[in-house]
Design a protein around this ligand. Structure first.
Ligand code: DX5
Ligand code: ZN
Length: 226
């Protein structure tokens, strides 16, 4: 476990929505490994953010991995649009529809790395039969829809269970929601290797004060690796 490199993936849900390009450049300059992009439809989750056109506009401002978390239902009609927008990873929710297997195949066929996300009430076993189709498993450690919520401790058991299920497959396990310097080491101890952080990554900073982003990312990484 200790040999696994930890990635910090700031969520631009906590960035300045009027300045995504500069925010993405700043957060990467300050040490972000991946940029996490939260797409919400006001139907699957009770909040709306943005869609493929905004992802396409953001893309040229991200040098590394653009990790797009789709909190939308249905997913399938929009896979091509998000692939064309330049997503590197497209994560669909288990709960978004009855045909998860088909959705994950369609994401791979579109040339994008597939991910699967589980809401807090969804058991680890929900992904047992799609493990060979995914590169990423996203464990929601809050109920999706909003940043700034409290970390749900009970999800750590699910992370442990998933890490055991994954075995020697090359699959990233993300914790998404309420990740801060207290919860980060617990996520990693349970088997996560990608820490998604909105509030904890962006707090106290801005594109004109980007050093705070760097301090936040270093604090998360230091806490995570102990
Ligand atoms: C929740 C999103 C998360 C979340 C992270 O629906 O998927 O990415 O906003 O934000 P914090 O770290 O503030 O919980
Ligand atoms: Zn997310």
């Amino acid at each position: 476990m200790s040999a696994r490199a930890i990635k910090i993936a700031p969520s631009i849900l906590s960035a300045d929505f009027a300045d995504f390009g500069a925010e993405c450049r700043a957060i990467e300059d300050q040490g972000a490994d991946w940029v996490h992009v939260d797409v919400m439809d006001g139907h699957f989750v009770p909040n709306i953010t943005f869609g493929p056109a905004t992802c396409a506009a953001i893309r040229p401002h991200i040098k590394g991995t653009m990790d797009v978390h789709l909190m939308i239902a249905p997913v399938d009609p929009y896979i091509a649009a998000f692939a064309e927008a330049g997503a590197d990873i497209l994560t669909a929710h288990v709960e978004a529809g009855p045909h998860l297997h088909r959705t994950l195949q369609a994401i791979r066929a579109a040339g994008v790395r597939p991910g699967v996300a589980l809401n807090p009430a969804t058991p680890a076993s929900a992904v047992a039969h799609v493990l060979d189709l995914v590169d990423v498993i996203c464990v929601m450690t809050v109920n999706p829809g909003f940043g700034g919520q409290a970390f749900i401790d009970g999800q750590l058991d699910k992370v442990r269970e998933l890490r055991a299920m994954v075995g020697d497959r090359d699959i990233h396990i993300e914790c998404d929601g309420g990740v801060d310097t207290t919860s980060a080491p617990r996520c990693v101890a349970a088997g996560a290797d990608v820490l998604i952080a909105g509030s904890a990554a962006f707090k106290g900073g801005s594109v004109t004060e980007p050093d705070a982003y760097g301090r936040n990312i270093r604090a998360l990484r230091d806490a995570a690796v102990g």
